[in-house]
Design a protein around this ligand. Structure first.
Ligand code: SF4
Length: 665
């Protein structure tokens, strides 16, 4: 609904303060207590409310926002019990919800916003919001304010809408004023809104800026320049959804544009069946199998309705993880790609600009063929040197997470990877760099192309011309500006790394930025080793697992007793390579469990997730946020480390010949 020109509290409606004291929340939900901002300090309010606490994965198996809202905040658990019983937020007659710092951290799921909006909330108040969550709030028409504004509202003041749009780019301001993305898009379609075009003078540009400038709509060639902060309307080359997200897109499009809606360029958009393919085998997911099946049916309905590209499972076998298959078959250099998953950034390896969006934004852009974005700042990593034998690109990312992401240097920026060291890495290794941009809280990542890039893409798509691919590629201009700086990383200095699971009981969250060198972590016994996911299910990852497994098997070893070692392919192309080249035979002789393509690891829906809190996993996946891969402790590590640890039973950096030494010693 379009907000009025001045915003005031509605008489009779209530405000919910999410306090650190759970009892105060309980009393507010029961209707026994109404607080005022004057009664509290910001420090009394909950910080870092994770989107997983607002809508855990099982809540997202409902696709209608009104159903999702029934379980708002189902992930806030105190002493083993839900702090918010079913319908508690919806039945509380609240219109404002108040918390502390960094509201909406964690995954990009838009359902976190929907659970509030469809419970009647129209203003979210916090000291700060995670950037993607803030974007979802704007798209859903949820106004955001700070605590000082709330004090004024509670004093009876009506605040002009301009105060709610302050600091945003011009297009975002329009979206807020129209009450969300769909009403705004319809106003554009009707001609009620004239979209501004940036008037940036000719300037040297980064790779990300060049791609956005190239995709601007309605701009003559001589004016194709952008700078950070510009609001631009850009054409979208392609995108995809998977069965965890497609149903909402289908539902929203039907609601907004009628049951006979159509999408632009269906051949450039795709659906994948990959994320819930193993959910049936995860004990915790059993109660939701009916809903999961509904999501699959809805996705098939969307595909038939739109005729978009179809990567459905055949006889329950997935063609592969969307991000892996997209780089193999869909994404070209210079493309601008949007998809409904935060690891869409992996497409940056093909010298494209790609990032994840919520269901509303995706529905809007597949319908119109374009979207609006604010140009982000960039940060550049110039790689030099060559990795040591026991180190991989995953270790480089764990290092960058610790050294650059933790102090927020990558926050909301486009990470560019360039330099002579980059050329020593295979395309699969470069894909790992791009994949983990989302863990860096970056906007995305993009990797400079070279002949290896074009040859790799062409090898995956027979008939594609290398000359055409080369012509589409972008490189940064020599004097391009990097607000985040240009940082040289000598690959030869990187050591085998992990990200540790923190100590949540003492305020150290489990986080991918918890980097540490393996040499410094002491003795960590493991129960599970997981080798797969979009980050580590590629051909080169399989070769890393095999390098270790073969050495172990040749020296008479099998996977350590009491350790489960799962190896999962990223796509059918990866599986074919592994089978044709004897890798699978070695894995099976080693005692590993080899799994069909697919994932689900970081949403608790796949193999390799822990079942109990005392289990320890070492995993080649990308994120170790608490609870997302089961209740146990999750250490992130490289493919080499994961495989070596599977055989030793404790977290161990790989060194060539290590198992021979074990036998001799
Ligand atoms: S790790 Fe698996 S579940 Fe997580 S985004 Fe990648 S493919 Fe999806």
């Amino acid at each position: 609904m379009k907000p009025p020109e001045t915003i005031a509290l509605t008489p009779g409606k209530r405000i919910l303060f999410l306090t650190k004291d759970p009892e105060l929340i309980r009393r507010q939900l029961r209707g026994e207590l109404d607080l005022r901002m004057d009664d509290l300090r910001v420090e009394d309010l909950l910080d870092d409310i994770n989107t997983d606490a607002m809508t855990p994965a099982w809540v997202c198996f409902d696709y209608k926002p009104e159903d999702i809202a029934r379980n708002a905040y189902a992930g806030l658990i105190v002493n083993g019990e839900r702090l918010f019983p079913a319908d508690a937020l919806r039945n509380g007659n609240f219109e404002v919800i108040v918390s502390g710092y960094r509201k909406g951290v964690g995954s990009s799921r838009e359902t976190a916003t929907q659970c509030e909006v469809f419970s009647g909330i129209r203003i979210a108040v916090a000291a700060s919001f995670a950037p993607i969550h803030a974007g979802n709030n704007i798209n859903q028409g949820l106004l955001m304010a700070d605590h000082a504004m709330l004090t004024r509202l509670q004093a009876g003041e009506a605040i002009p809408i301009e105060e709610f749009t302050k600091g945003y780019d011009v297009i975002t301001q329009l979206i807020i004023r129209w009450g969300g993305l769909f009403p705004f898009a319809k106003a554009v379609e009707r001609g009620d809104v004239q979209l501004p075009t940036p008037d940036t003078a000719a300037r040297p540009m980064t790779m990300g800026e060049k791609i956005l400038a190239r995709h601007m709509l309605g701009v003559p060639d001589e004016k194709r320049y952008v700078k950070p902060g510009d609001a631009v309307v850009v054409g979208v080359d392609g995108g995809y959804t998977h069965e965890f997200t497609t149903a909402q897109v289908h539902y929203f499009l039907g609601q907004e544009y009628g049951e006979d809606y159509a999408i632009k360029n269906p051949s450039k958009f795709a659906v994948f069946e990959d994320h819930l393919i193993y959910a049936d085998e995860v004990q915790k997911m059993r109660p939701f199998l009916d809903k999961i099946e509904t999501l699959r049916v809805m996705q098939r309905g969307f595909q038939h309705h739109t005729s978009c590209r179809d990567f459905s499972a055949q006889e329950k076998i997935s063609p592969g993880i969307c991000h892996e298959v997209a780089r193999e078959l869909i994404i070209d250099p210079g493309d601008f790609i949007q998809a409904t998953d935060s690891h869409t950034c992996m497409g940056g390896v093909n010298n494209a600009l790609a990032w994840g969006v919520g269901a509303t934004e995706y529905a809007n852009l597949v319908h119109s063929g374009f979207t609006q974005v604010e140009v982000s700042e960039s940060i550049r990593f110039e790689l030099t040197g060559r990795l040591q034998e026991s180190v991989t690109a995953k270790d480089v990312m764990l290092y960058i997470l610790l050294e650059y992401a933790k102090p927020q240097q990558t926050l909301d920026r486009i990470m560019e990877f360039t330099g002579p060291g980059l050329r020593t890495l295979s395309l699969d290794e470069r894909a790992t760099l791009a994949n983990m941009a989302t863990e860096c809280a970056a906007r995305t990542a993009i990797v400079e192309a070279d002949e290896q890039t074009f040859e790799w893409i062409a090898s995956m798509r027979p008939g594609v011309s290398i000359d055409d691919l080369r012509a589409r590629a972008v490189s940064p201009d020599p004097d391009a500006e990097y607000a985040g700086g240009v940082h040289t990383i000598d690959l030869s200095t990187i050591q085998p790394m992990v990200a540790h699971p923190g100590d949540p009981d003492h305020g150290i969250a489990s986080d991918p930025t918890n980097g540490a060198e393996i040499a410094d972590i002491g003795d960590v016994k493991i129960d599970i080793a997981y080798a797969g996911s979009c980050t580590a299910g590629k051909i080169d990852d399989l070769l890393f697992y095999h390098q270790v497994a073969k050495e172990a098997v040749d020296n008479g070893l099998r996977v350590a007793e009491n350790v489960s070692f799962f190896i999962q392919f990223g796509s059918q192309a990866v599986e074919k390579f592994a089978r044709d080249n004897g890798l699978v035979d070695t894995f099976e002789r080693a005692g590993a469990t080899v799994l069909n393509p697919g994932c689900g690891a970081c949403i608790g829906c796949g193999p390799g997730v822990s079942d109990t809190g005392d289990q320890v996993t070492v995993s080649a996946i990308n994120r170790n946020y608490k609870g997302r891969s089961g209740p146990g402790k999750l250490w992130l590590a490289s493919p080499l480390t994961v495989a070596a640890s599977a055989f030793t039973g404790r977290i161990t950096a790989y060194t060539p010949g290590m198992f021979a030494r074990v036998l001799v010693g």
